[in-house]
Design a protein around this ligand. Structure first.
Ligand SMILES: C[S@@+](CC[C@H](N)C(=O)[O-])C[C@H]1O[C@@H](n2cnc3c(N)ncnc32)[C@H](O)[C@@H]1O
Length: 284
């Protein structure tokens, strides 16, 4: 790419390329890519749009734009994704936080506030970059926050985010609840497990192509991990404690049935902003 004369001209060139590649929000993403390439925020880019663009800035912007036009997720290119009120570092080793998971956070906060306990113990299973537990700890600093994760790289990412945000969370590597002593109990257990069927064609499209399969897909039509967590979490809940699960839009009936079979009470499902049944909870 020839170096456009000014930052504004560079921004326009990026926008056109993203638009031609079929990107949904080319203006917004062009600004984000240029911000990363130049180290300037949006306000600075607007105020200094007539500044000359350097060849280095144009080359960096060109590389980032090529990656985006090839379909790579913005979160991987920028290395960050906003979730709840947090700005999380993310990498290709973990799931990119999704807006629909905020429903589970909202509900977990409501449950925390209803508990007659000053310091609720909260465990998040399969925490990825720390998405759910860091949102909860940031809102309710008094909780005792714990999280586990099977992927070493994702766990490292969660540790880095917790340190960057200054939020203390007890983190360990493990297969769901297996590392826990039988006596370990929590008031709340949250989990957004892999729940896509391995043969779902969505796995070969969009952002999902770039995310770890182990964070997305589960056997038994996507239900295997949901069932395993349901079956094993109850023994680690205090009496009156809650399990909150995110699941696929069509998985609420089997999830409710499994919770019922496992002995949970007060089972209910909540819909996300798109109207899909997305989060189901049950009480011990
Ligand atoms: C759908 S992602 C959710 C990530 C994050 N909690 C969120 O809500 O964005 C599922 C996470 O579960 C982890 N995971 C998959 N199988 C696991 C297992 N057997 N034990 C623990 N974690 C597991 C994956 O590595 C991944 O980070």
């Amino acid at each position: 790419m020839d170096t456009p004369a000014t930052l504004d001209a560079l921004l326009r060139a990026l926008r056109t390329r993203l638009q031609d590649a079929g990107i949904e929000n080319p203006g917004l993403e062009a600004r984000m890519l240029l911000g990363t390439a130049t180290g300037r925020d949006t306000t600075q880019l607007i105020a200094h749009g007539n500044d000359a663009a350097t060849a280095e800035q144009a080359a960096r912007a060109d590389t980032l734009c090529q990656r985006r036009c090839a379909g790579e997720p913005m979160a991987h290119i920028l290395g960050r994704r906003s979730f709840w009120t947090l700005d999380l570092e993310v990498s290709p080793a973990c799931l990119i936080p999704r807006p629909e998971t905020e429903l589970l956070v909202e509900q977990a906060l409501a449950v925390i506030d209803d508990l007659a306990t000053a310091t609720p113990r909260v465990l998040d299973l399969g925490t990825g970059p720390g998405t759910i537990i860091l949102a909860l700890k940031s809102e309710r600093p008094d909780i005792d926050a714990f999280a586990s994760e099977r992927s070493h790289e994702a766990l490292q990412q969660a540790r880095a985010n917790a340190a960057e945000l200054g939020l203390p969370v007890g983190l360990w590597r493990g297969d769901w609840l297996e590392a826990l002593a039988p006596a370990a109990h929590f008031h709340i257990i949250t989990c957004n497990p892999p729940y896509i069927a391995p043969d779902d064609p969505h796995l070969t499209r969009g952002d999902l192509r770039f995310e770890p399969r182990s964070a997305l897909a589960a056997a038994a039509n996507g239900l295997a991990d949901l069932y395993r967590v349901i079956d094993t979490a109850r023994a680690h809940l205090s009496l009156g404690g809650w399990l909150l699960l995110e699941h696929g839009f069509d998985q609420a009936p089997p999830v409710r049935e499994r919770l019922r079979q496992a002995g949970y009470r007060a089972i209910r499902t909540l819909r996300d902003r798109s109207g899909h049944e997305r989060t189901t909870l049950g009480m011990r």
